[in-house]
Each structure stands twice: as structure tokens, then as C-alpha cells.
Design a protein around this ligand. Structure first.
Ligand code: ADP
Length: 507
């Protein structure tokens, strides 16, 4: 394959949409990026305007192509990666969303989840089929909420006029023509986050969709993560270019980090943290609060599964210190503030802002800052905020070791927070294993680019991913065991202080 052609990844993330063009060696040639509005209509609700996301997608594609002086004929294939679970419901006749997208962090569906659990089985009701506990995080209950609360939506859905998708499907449908022949498809990784897909057969579960009141006609067709789904619409900047890869963002990062063997794991430090460990073609049920999910499926090959530990709040706690408390003016500034003190001064910050995700799945939890004395200052709070990321990661890795029966020997990392070297050292200290950063940190976009490039023969397969992966830096544990155990014990105690906060009348 000639080096003069490129692959583009579209990364439709929680805070922004990016287009990144890679060459055959997986080097970044050009990038376009645009943030979209975070809409918080009330406590616990988080929305995005899906139309804004589609407008931004076109804009960032134009930016990336323009910066590299490239056009559609230079792009061999496009891969899409996306914020998972976020639910968009739109009218196929007009292309108009019927409501803002309900974002993965949104907790408005708690009542729906409780009602479904009350049918029998509680939070575990669907777990043996879909690998997930009933929680506000996943798409199914969000679709139900839209159909229940948007006037006329249920009638339109039943008449076959509405489509559901995570943002991968929304972007793909629009890219391939929208109301004019748009392709309504998702991949197995995104489908595995809806609570509606059977993990073993990789098909929609009609019984669960029925209980949630979701007409089957709304659901996209489920395909592999690496195959040609369609091509860019005739009038678009990517006219005729095959769109050939879809992976949910965390699965894309796992792929881009070359975690292809059983036991290989990565941790992405972004708004939240997401740790995935490859379990091969085996579906491993979790007894310790992890999710069982599809990791990837390359064309006709067998699906590869993963155990996942999702942590809702890590980098977004740094944003919260910046935006809500104002004790820093930019995220990287937290490094200086945290370095102004020796240690956390006894303070522990449990950011249970959306309840607690893995391994607890406690929607009744809310955030707590504990261990406070007159001694504690903003430096200690900054430090406690950073340490919260490392402690939460340790809890998930403990659960992974227990579920898989194999102790992890090193952790590959990526995401915005890994720029923080002090945090990476503390992470190695608290885990007691090495933390490894790759040379190409854009693993999410890269994973989607690989999936698309492999589908069209631009790359030959996983071996190319392995060959292009290179280590940049490694942090080795330095803390002694007694101190590690002491701090972790205090963290665990702090976590218990967040439980049982939400009563029925909490506002
Ligand atoms: P996402 O893809 O989830 O939007 P990114 O991977 O871009 O997130 O990471 C951004 C996150 O990293 C933000 O939440 C920000 O607060 C955090 N962050 C950025 N720089 C630093 C830093 N130097 N120290 C700690 N956190 C940081």
C-alpha cells in the first residue's frame, strides 16, 4: 500500500469532536477539533445538542483536511469512535433529533431502572444476557425516557419514523446521506453498551427491548467493528470515501494500545477513567462490579470480549476545581498547586458526583471530602483530588484481578490526565505495578483509524498495530508496602462515607 494515502478517524467525544488524519506509520498528519456545549438542565441531567455535534463533525473534518492540504481522494478510509451510551433519537424523515442527546453521565433514568429491577432480579435483571447491571449509565433506559417524555415520540416510534443511535450511528447516518439514504448501523462495541444486545449472539434482545418499551424498528443494524458500512455522501467533503471502522471510545483505545492478548489491559484517564482487560473470545461474567463488554470484532473474525471498570469522575474533578471552586484557572495548573504540599494532609476526596460506578454501582452515593482539619489547605485538596483518580483505579484493578484470577503486571495508560507525571508516579505507587505510557498518546482515534484501515487493506491486521506501538515512559512503584496499604485503607473508609446519601426527597 502506498504511503501517500491516509486514514481519518472521527472521534466524537464527550466534550469535543475531533478529526485526525494518520499516515501508514500511524503518525498524526493533521487534526481538527471543536468543543460542543454541555447542557445541564437540572442536577444530575446532562445533555448534548446532536445537531451541533453533526455541524461540528463536518467542521473538524474540513479543518483537518485543510491543514494537511488533502482532499477526499487522499483518504483511504474513515473510522468513527465515540462517547458510548449517550442516546440520540431522531426522525428519519427529517434528520431532526426529537430531544437533546441524553449523555452517559445523566442520572434521570434512576426511576426507570428501579422499576425494571422491581420486575424481578433487581439490578442484576439482565446481567446474564447483556453483561451489565441496570444503571442510569446505559442507553436503553435513556431511550425509554425520551419515548415517555417527548410529546408524540412514542407514536412516531411505533409508526417506524424514529431511529436511535449512540453518536457513532448518528454521525454515520448523517455522513452517508441522512434522510437521503443514510445508513443506520452500529458496531458490536457500541451495541454492547445499550443493555439491549445479547453478548453471545451479538443480536438485539427483543424481550428486553419489549420490557423497556423500545420498538425494534428504532434500533440500528449491528455490524462488526471493521468493515465497510457505507461511503461519504456525494456532496460532502468525504464524498465516496469508505466509512469502514466503528469502535466505542474505550474499546478503540484498547485496540490502539495493542491489547490483543488475554490479560492485556489499558486505562484511559479522561473525563472519567475506563480500564479494559482483554478476556479473549471468552465471555467472563464479573462477580466484582465490572462490566462484561465486547472489546472488538474485526470483520468476520470471532468477537473478542473484555472486562471493564468504568469510573465516572476523574479528570472532571479537576475541571470542577477549576470551574466550580476556581482554585485553579486551567487543568494543568493543578500540578503546581498539588506540589505546594508534601502529601494530602489527611484529606480524601471521593467524587461520587454521579453516584459511584465500578466497582460499587451505588447510585445513592454523593461526593464527600473527608478527613478535614484546620491544617488542610487548597494544596491538600488539589492533591486529594488527583489521588482520587489513582485510588479509584486501584479499586477497579483489584476487582479485575479477582474476576480474572490473574494479577496484572503492568498498566498501559493514555488520555489527557497522563500528562501529569506526579499522578502517574502516585498511580504506580498505589498499584504496586509499572505504569507505561506509549509514544502515540492519541490511542482512541488511532484505534478507530486502525479498524477502518484494516477493513480496506491499508493495514494488514493486528500485527501492524503491534509493530507501530512504542513505549515512551515507564513509572515504577517507589512507595513502601505499609504506606501504600495505610493510604488505601483510609481511601476505602472515605468511600463508605459517601453511601446512602440520596433519599427519595433529595433534590
Ligand atoms: P475526554 O476525552 O474525556 O474529553 P481528555 O482525554 O482530553 O478527556 O482529558 C481531559 C481531562 O484531563 C480533563 O478532565 C482535564 O481536567 C484533565 N487534565 C488535563 N491536564 C491535566 C493535568 N495536567 N493534570 C490533571 N488533569 C489534567
Amino acid at each position: 500500500m502506498s504511503d501517500t494515502k491516509y486514514v481519518m478517524a472521527i472521534d466524537q467525544g464527550t466534550t469535543s469532536t475531533r478529526a485526525i488524519i494518520f499516515d501508514h506509520k500511524a503518525r498524526i498528519i493533521a487534526t481538527g477539533q471543536k468543543e460542543h456545549e454541555q447542557i445541564f438542565p437540572r442536577a444530575g441531567w446532562v445533555e448534548h445538542d446532536a445537531t451541533e455535534i453533526w455541524v461540528n463533525t463536518r467542521e473538524v473534518v474540513g479543518q483537518a483536511l485543510g491543514r494537511a492540504s488533502l482532499q477526499n481522494s487522499d483518504i483511504e478510509a474513515v473510522g468513527i469512535t465515540n462517547q458510548r451510551e449517550t442516546a440520540v433519537v431522531w426522525d428519519k424523515r427529517t434528520g431532526e433529533p426529537v430531544h437533546h442527546a441524553i449523555v452517559w453521565q445523566d442520572t434521570r433514568t434512576q426511576k426507570i431502572c428501579d422499576e425494571l429491577g422491581a420486575l424481578g432480579g433487581g439490578a442484576e435483571r439482565y446481567k446474564d444476557r447483556v453483561g451489565l447491571p441496570l444503571a442510569t449509565y446505559f442507553s436503553g433506559p435513556k431511550i425509554r425516557w425520551i419515548l415517555d417524555n417527548v410529546e408524540g415520540a412514542r407514536e412516531k416510534a411505533e409508526a417506524g419514523h424514529l431511529a436511535f443511535g449512540n453518536t457513532d450511528s448518528w454521525v454515520l447516518w448523517n455522513m452517508t446521506g441522512g434522510p437521503d439514504g443514510g445508513v443506520h448501523v452500529t458496531d458490536v462495541t457500541n451495541a454492547s453498551r445499550t443493555m439491549l444486545m445479547n453478548l453471545d449472539s451479538l443480536t438485539w434482545n427483543e424481550e428486553i427491548a419489549g420490557e423497556m418499551g423500545i420498538p425494534m424498528s428504532m434500533l440500528p443494524e449491528i455490524r462488526s467493528s471493521s468493515e465497510v458500512y457505507g461511503e461519504g455522501r456525494a456532496k460532502g467533503l468525504l464524498a465516496g470515501v469508505p466509512i469502514a471502522g466503528i469502535l466505542g471510545d474505550q474499546q478503540a483505545a484498547t485496540f490502539g494500545q495493542a491489547c490483543f492478548e488475554v490479560g492485556h489491559a489499558k486505562n484511559t484517564y479522561g473525563t472519567g477513567n475506563f480500564i479494559l482487560i482483554n478476556t479473549g473470545t471468552e465471555i467472563v461474567p464479573s462477580k466484582n462490579g465490572l462490566l462484561t463488554t465486547v472489546c472488538y470484532k474485526i470483520g468476520g473474525a470471532d468477537a473478542v470480549y473484555a472486562l471493564e471498570g468504568s469510573i465516572a469522575v476523574t479528570g472532571s474533578l479537576v475541571q470542577w476545581l477549576r470551574d466550580n471552586l476556581g482554585i485553579i484557572s486551567s487543568a494543568p495548573e493543578i500540578e503546581q498547586l498539588a506540589a505546594s504540599v508534601e502529601d494530602n494532609g489527611g484529606a480524601y476526596f471521593v467524587p461520587a458526583f454521579s453516584g459511584l460506578f465500578a466497582p460499587y454501582w451505588r447510585s445513592d452515593a454523593r461526593g464527600a471530602l473527608v478527613g478535614l482539619t484546620r491544617f488542610v489547605n487548597k494544596g491538600h485538596i488539589a492533591r486529594a483530588a488527583l489521588e482520587a483518580t489513582a485510588f479509584q483505579t486501584r479499586e477497579v484493578l483489584d476487582a479485575m484481578n479477582a474476576d480474572s484470577g490473574v494479577d496484572l503486571t503492568e498498566l498501559k495508560v493514555d488520555g489527557g490526565m497522563i500528562a501529569n507525571e506526579a499522578l502517574m508516579q502516585f498511580q504506580a505507587d498505589i498499584l504496586g505495578v509499572d505504569v507505561v505510557r506509549p509514544k502515540i498518546a492519541e490511542t482512541t482515534a488511532l484505534g478507530a483509524a486502525y479498524a477502518a484501515g484494516i477493513a480496506v487493506g491499508y493495514w494488514s491486521g493486528e500485527q501492524d498495530v503491534i509493530d507501530n506501538w512504542a513505549e515512551d515512559k515507564r513509572w515504577t512503584p517507589q512507595m513502601d508496602t505499609a504506606e501504600r496499604d495505610r493510604q488505601y485503607r483510609l481511601w476505602k473508609k472515605a468511600v463508605t462515607r459517601t453511601f446512602d446519601w440520596v433519599d427519595d426527597d433529595v433534590r
